[in-house]
Design a protein around this ligand. Structure first.
Ligand SMILES: *Cc1c(COP(=O)(O)O)cnc(C)c1O
Length: 389
């Protein structure tokens, strides 16, 4: 199986067939599992084997299929699925950190990630240093002997800064720090994060893995040692387990993810190019004018499914959003439906104005997630909305 390409793994990896030989993965909607004897229960609590389960908060066969499939695609030894992407981000960090530890994080983060780093970890005595993630000199200064972890979004939400996984990992590993990467925007399709040096890769499965706006989910991927010795004990007792029904949807999502994401990224490039041609201020790592375009191509081989456009003012941004017929106003991304968001008043509303300025979350900025509609229709819809605004 290790020699299979990721498209083959996406369809077959991790499958556990029951005695009925079902084709599609079974949904084991059960909270617990029975033991033939008290001796068997005792033995299982003492050491749980590969296909043995105790309680759905600890693990479940459908959830295990999802964990094994995504781990195989990512090239990770193991994975632990969670109830949401944020449960994965907070679980990965809190399971490994304690009071007195030092973490270095990129400043440009999704609003909820920033809350975990800025508010939660510091409340429990973890020291967090924020850096401009695109500036290697800042990482080098901030990472010091004893630093426990570095954290960043490999492509930041929503301003699409691309961070050099290989270079930051080298700096972190030189002092023995673990590298945790929120890889949502890169998607498992374009990710080679583990090969590039990341120790832990985190996805919100809500985004491209489901890809159809049905459910929340998350996954933490890493070495077997990290997942089983650090993450699992913490998460199985704190309760952020993924439901078996969600795991089944995510398994089905993985089967089509490669096709969807490649089509969506192709559309994102077409939309970004068209708006750029019109003279709009477009931010998209797939365009040669993006400051980290070369890095994006080397690290991911594509610009991804999301772009941002700065329309100059909140008024013009709102007018454009109000004028769109195909693009849906929502705050998900990676969906089959194209979605537009105004970060300054929604996902990043909480931030003070100075911080928004520093992060480039301007009043005119809109985030555009390209879906599976025709690129021509989307470009016409966008252009029509701008003309009317
Ligand atoms: C959406 C998102 C998350 C959080 O995922 P949920 O599934 O909504 O909890 C974390 N990081 C990034 C970069 C995201 O886009």
């Amino acid at each position: 199986m290790t020699e299979w390409s990721s498209r083959t793994k996406a369809v077959h990896a991790g499958i556990r067939r029951s005695q009925y030989g079902e084709v599609s993965e079974a949904i084991y909607l059960t909270q617990g599992f029975v033991y033939d004897t008290p001796e068997a229960a005792e033995a299982r609590f003492l050491e749980t084997g590969q296909d043995e389960f105790i309680y759905a908060r600890y693990g479940n066969p459908t959830v295990a299929m999802f964990e094994d499939r995504i781990a195989a695609i990512e090239g990770a030894e193991d994975g632990f699925a969670t109830a949401s992407g944020m449960a994965a981000v907070s679980g990965a960090l809190t399971s490994m950190l304690k009071a007195g530890d030092h973490v270095v994080s990129a400043r440009a983060l999704f609003g909820s990630c920033l809350y975990i780093l800025e508010e939660v970890l510091t409340r429990y005595g973890v020291e967090v240093t924020f850096v401009d993630g695109t500036d290697l000199a800042e990482w080098e200064t901030a990472i010091r002997p004893g630093t426990k972890a570095v954290f960043f979004e490999s492509v930041s939400n929503p301003v699409l800064e691309v961070i050099d996984i290989e270079a930051v990992s080298k700096l972190a590993h030189a002092v023995g720090a673990l590298v945790l990467v929120d890889n949502v925007f890169a998607t498992p399709v374009y990710s080679r994060a583990i090969e590039q040096g990341a120790d832990v890769v985190i996805y919100s499965a809500t985004k491209h893995i489901d890809g159809q706006g049905r459910a929340l989910g998350g996954i933490i991927l890493g070495t077997q040692e990290f997942i089983r010795k650090t993450v699992e004990p913490y998460l199985k007792h704190t309760g952020a387990a993924m439901s078996p029904f969600t795991a089944w949807m995510m398994l089905k999502g993985l089967e089509t993810m490669d096709l969807r994401v490649r089509a969506q990224a192709e559309t994102a490039l077409a939309v970004a190019s068209a708006l750029g041609d019109d003279g709009e201020k477009v931010i998209y790592p797939g365009l040669s004018g993006h400051p980290q375009h070369a890095l994006a191509m080397e690290q991911m081989g594509a610009g991804g499914t999301v772009l941002a456009v700065d329309l100059g003012s909140k008024e013009r941004a709102f007018d454009a959003l109000n004028g769109m017929e195909i693009f849906t106003i929502s705050n998900n991304l990676g969906d089959a439906k194209s979605i537009v968001t105004h970060p300054a008043t929604t996902t990043h509303q909480r931030l003070p104005d100075e911080q928004k300025d520093m992060l480039g979350i301007t009043p005119g900025l809109i985030r555009v997630s390209c879906g599976l509609e025709s690129a021509e229709d989307l470009i016409a819809d966008f252009r029509g909305a701008l003309k009317r605004s």
